[in-house]
Design a protein around this ligand. Structure first.
Ligand SMILES: O=P(O)(O)OC[C@H]1O[C@H](OP(=O)(O)OP(=O)(O)O)[C@H](O)[C@@H]1O
Ligand code: HPA
Length: 178
């Protein structure tokens, strides 16, 4: 797998340090409240697992699976819900956690969809933000890193379901998907 990586963009130490800071900020902002963290499968699982262990307020988890990429490196533009939430979020403080916001298509769809279920609050947290590729504007409350317009893999992010278990985030060599 490592031979398919052009460059390591964020190594394990850098990721851990920033995730700790994000957890501290979230703990401060939600002080005195309970939060439902909604992880968006599958890319966010590694980030969610690390992030929630840095949060000191009570957290419960739920997960949604949506897909808009399939085996591609650009969005299809259509978001499909593959798995909905298990629990009702009405009146609850909800934090959506993503691995990456690229075109913004996935998150804007999710926000609209979940806002209709009347949570007490709805905030967004992403490990990576790729603003150069934005097609739909979304307001993001917590951003780990702003990244360049390159196809990234590792730490949960895949290309055709591969590379998710790399412990760092790297730029995939173009020849792999060209
Ligand atoms: O801002 P966007 O252009 O919509 O891209 C972001 C979405 O794309 C990826 O999911 P993907 O559909 O590849 O599913 P996965 O999490 O299972 O890899 C990623 O996890 C985000 O959910
Ligand atoms: O750069 C990316 N890598 C993996 N999955 C993604 N989904 C949106 N952007 C990306």
């Amino acid at each position: 797998m490592r031979k398919d990586i052009q460059e390591v963009l964020l190594d394990e130490e850098t990721l851990a340090k920033r995730i700790k800071e994000m957890g501290e900020q979230i703990s401060k902002d939600y002080e005195g409240k309970e939060v439902i963290v909604i992880g968006i499968l599958k890319g966010s699982v590694i980030f969610v697992a690390d992030l929630v262990r840095e949060v000191t307020v009570p957290v419960s988890f739920d997960f949604m699976a949506v897909s808009s990429y399939g085996n591609r490196t650009t969005t299809t533009g259509t978001v499909r819900i593959l798995k909905d939430l298990d629990y009702d979020i009405e009146g609850k403080h909800v934090l959506i956690v993503e691995d990456i916001i690229d075109s913004g298509v996935t998150l804007s769809y999710l926000i609209e969809h979940l806002a209709g279920r009347k949570p007490a609050s709805l905030k967004l947290c992403t490990l990576l933000n790729k603003p150069e590729r934005r097609k739909v504007e979304v307001k993001v409350d917590y951003i780990g890193f702003t990244v360049p317009d390159a196809f990234l893999v590792g730490f949960g992010l895949d290309y055709a379901e591969k590379y998710r278990n790399l412990p760092f985030i790297g730029i995939l060599k173009e020849e792999i998907y060209a």
